[in-house]
Design a protein around this ligand. Sequence first.
Ligand code: ZN
Length: 100
Amino acid sequence: MSAETAAGETGAAGGSGCWCCGRVTAEDALIRLGNHPEVGVCVSCVRFLSRRARDYQASAVRSRLRGAAESVRSQVMSRGWHERPVVGPALKWINRHVPW
Ligand SMILES: [Zn+2]
């Protein structure tokens, strides 16, 4: 018996196993995947997967923002704006306090 068939087996009380954590739960409590209806995931694992997806999206957005900031920073440096009397200190302050 493979791990896939074991996870999808029907439990003794008529429930099915979650394909993520393996816990046997009621059939109604499992969320089925669209293209793979044989795969059921319990509500706790759906929440966990949702958090993982949100973290992944946040890191992708942070990465894009960091790239844009690096591009702006290199343009400022190449034009020497950071050495100008009034704008320079403001740009240096921004550079120190940007979170990415
Ligand atoms: Zn689960």
